[in-house]
Design a protein around this ligand. Sequence first.
Ligand code: UDP
Ligand code: MG
Length: 306
Amino acid sequence: MKKILIGVPCYNEEGNIDLFFERLSKTLNKIINFQFDIIFLDDGSKDGTWEIIEKLKLNNGKYKINGIKFSRNFGKEIAIKCMLERAEKYDYFITIDSDLQHPPELIEELINISSSTKNRIILTKKTNKNSNFLRLFTAKVFYHTFNLFSEFKLINGLSDFSLIDNKIVRTINSFKNNIFIFKTALQSVGYKPKIIEFDIEEREKGKSNFNFIRLIGYAFQTIYTYNSPFIIKFNLINLSFVILFSGILSLFSYFILPHLLKNIFIFFIFLMIFWITVSIMIITIYLVSLTKEIDRKPIYIIDEEV
Ligand code: UDP
Ligand code: MG
């Protein structure tokens, strides 16, 4: 019998976990020939999430349920990384959100597809139904630019809800980066994924922890961790333009421009300052990532396990 670990990251999900587990177990009950273990990872919740996980562990006999409680909030990606480290003795690993935005019923399809194809990675793609225009547009620009300069292509619109086999789990666990982004890691290893689409559901209770600033941070981390040459090349090109442009302008202003046009020149000076600042920003944010990478503190701390 093949063994599957289902990893569920939870942050302030006290209102969702019971219903989530009800729908999950209903689905798992229908699937034969597989043995399921479930990990609920409490990523430093401030509400009663951990107590609910403990109760689930006590009351449930059918599946092996484990709970891991982080000492504080380390973020969803790190939560997934921690669960991946527990997944090496399983044939498959599935991760799914606990807020019911990912329909647990889809797990059956993930497993069926994995059994009937040779794909080691089964990914899910959100239909755009519930996204706003700004988010869709920025995502499009980001993925397009990333792919232009990358050795591997990233697919826009994927969710973390996915199934991977043991080989992929081990491969990803061999990444030693401190910064970890699950879906980018999955796409960077090179096996052709199978992608299925689903309608993202509304959050059952509570609110999302994702906002625009986080999204931008996430985009930078994706580039820095999985495509770092890009940032250096981009900056080099950017700075070459600044040098060329400012060189030509200063010659122009010195020898040719009459007094009136000097105002325009001043405008360009400010433009240049802006331009250079962008470059410095890019490098500074890169330094933040590098600092994180050479940091030798643990990337998560476990407070309690049941
Ligand atoms: N989550 C987590 N740690 C965090 C933020 C979120 O473990 O710091 C979990 C959360 O409980 C949920 C999933 O990750 O199961 C997705 O989070 P959220 O709904 O906030 O993100 P969104 O769906 O809006 O992308
Ligand atoms: Mg959500």
